[in-house]
Design a binder for this molecule. Sequence first.
Ligand code: CO
Length: 174
Amino acid sequence: MIRDIVVYPDRRLKKVSVDVEKFDAELHTLLDDMYETMVAKNGVGLASVQIGVHQRVLIINVPVERFEDQTDQPKDNTIEMINPVILTKEGQSLQQEGCLSVPEFFEDIERYNAIEVEFFDRHGNVQNIKNDAFLAVAIQHEMDHLDGKLFIEKLSYIKRKKFEKEWKKRQKEK
Ligand code: CO
């Protein structure tokens, strides 16, 4: 089921999510709904807080190219992370980011280039992945959501002011 995305400045995005304790059918439904919602909204990642569920759950699905400019996000490619913890991090650089909760706004954000993450899968098994580039950035972005943080909070004071001004203007135009 496609769920509604919580959009900035909704206060629910600021709430810290809690660890998942039961790896049951309810969790599986949540994960399946998150996948459907993310694909419907053309996102590459989603944290459950973004659909108003404050649990430490996130998903990422990096689109694969099919034909020329068409991309696809098969469900089997979805990385599901429950209660993720970053073990190691390396290097830092600026990468462009966007967010379904801050639609149509993109900005360069400083992130670690490579990270190692430990997490549970939907069945409660411990998993560990080490990755770099786009996936590492996506994981860091989604993990911030679990702590009630948005990527725009990492902007410089001036860029943040500019964003708030643009955002207000856009809300009025709607
Ligand atoms: Co986001």
